[in-house]
Design a protein around this ligand. Sequence first.
Ligand SMILES: *[C@@H]1O[C@H](CO)[C@@H](O)[C@H](O)[C@H]1NC(C)=O
Ligand SMILES: *[C@@H]1O[C@H](CO)[C@@H](O)[C@H](O)[C@H]1NC(C)=O
Ligand SMILES: *[C@@H]1O[C@H](CO)[C@@H](O)[C@H](O)[C@H]1NC(C)=O
Ligand SMILES: *[C@@H]1O[C@H](CO)[C@@H](O)[C@H](O)[C@H]1NC(C)=O
Length: 300
Amino acid sequence: MLKLIIFQLTLYLSHTYTTAQPKFISRVCQDTFGNYTANSPFKKNLDTLLSTIVSNTNIDYGFYNFSVGTNLDIVNGIGLCSPELPVHDCRSCLSNAARAIVHSCPNQKDAIGWYDSCMIRYSNRYIFHKLEFGPWYKVHYPILRSIDKGLYNKTASTLLTKLQARAAFGNSLRKFAADKANVTSDFTVYAIVQCTPDLESFDCYSCLGHAIATYYQQEGQQARLFFTSCNIRLFHDYMLYDLSSLNSLLPQTQGKASKKWRVFVEILLPIIASLLILAAIFGCYFSRKRSKLKNRIKHM
Ligand SMILES: *[C@@H]1O[C@H](CO)[C@@H](O)[C@H](O)[C@H]1NC(C)=O
Ligand SMILES: *[C@@H]1O[C@H](CO)[C@@H](O)[C@H](O)[C@H]1NC(C)=O
Ligand SMILES: *[C@@H]1O[C@H](CO)[C@@H](O)[C@H](O)[C@H]1NC(C)=O
Ligand SMILES: *[C@@H]1O[C@H](CO)[C@@H](O)[C@H](O)[C@H]1NC(C)=O
């Protein structure tokens, strides 16, 4: 119990004081896409790429996407910060992440690493504008007081579903959404969901859907789910970012065109998705029926 409290406190503190050295949460070094050696052109390109990301001072929307090199030695890289992170903290998070990833993955041509508030990845493959669920990683922090699990789950799921649509509705620089909801009068859940903004809306929507479904498998906990193309973070009780200033970063939703688009994303998209699932189920059912029929005909 004491351990848990300390853990929560550490989590709290590391968010309150962004200057504190944050922890490298996890990383995946992928062998299957090839290895490089210490003095190779690939390694040189990788170093250039990482320093390009870390030293860039033009980008203020927390998403860095660069390539260095050509053909066999190309390195594509993405850096993504949590939307609440100020530019300066974002760069310092990415800088730590860049150092950690070359240290942890000394010769893999494909790797991804997560801090609590930023992600860095690189690959010799083309990784831009592409929906990728994995590698992924999740962290759960238990709720420290008793709460109606069903009510909690209902509140969190309503909140997440709303944010999923909002984030997908973002633009090519920012695809995220953040909000809070009351579970009870004295218990509030906060959530931030985010996609790499180079994704299509539909891909962002489906990545978050996947992350949310994964979250549901473990009921009633605050959590971080880091997927390759998107992530969700749930916090309880404490406010670690200013919702209104966070939301002011998002594209404004005035104007008829964007209203229509919003209707599409928030209402039609879920309907289309459910219809596709239904169609798939029916498809399976009928093709099974047909093959049963065929079998029966064969046996006659
Ligand atoms: C990369 O090296 C690892 C061992 O360090 C090996 O298991 C893996 O098969 C190699 N991958 C390729 C594509 O050569
Ligand atoms: C990098 O990201 C920006 C913003 O989303 C986008 O406009 C641009 O096309 C991306 N570049 C590449 C190489 O994908
Ligand atoms: C949540 O509860 C607080 C305190 O009871 C209240 O002030 C606030 O309006 C509630 N928020 C929502 C979104 O219901
Ligand atoms: C939480 O709610 C979601 C959505 O209503 C549901 O799919 C999920 O099974 C629930 N999780 C648990 C553990 O009850």
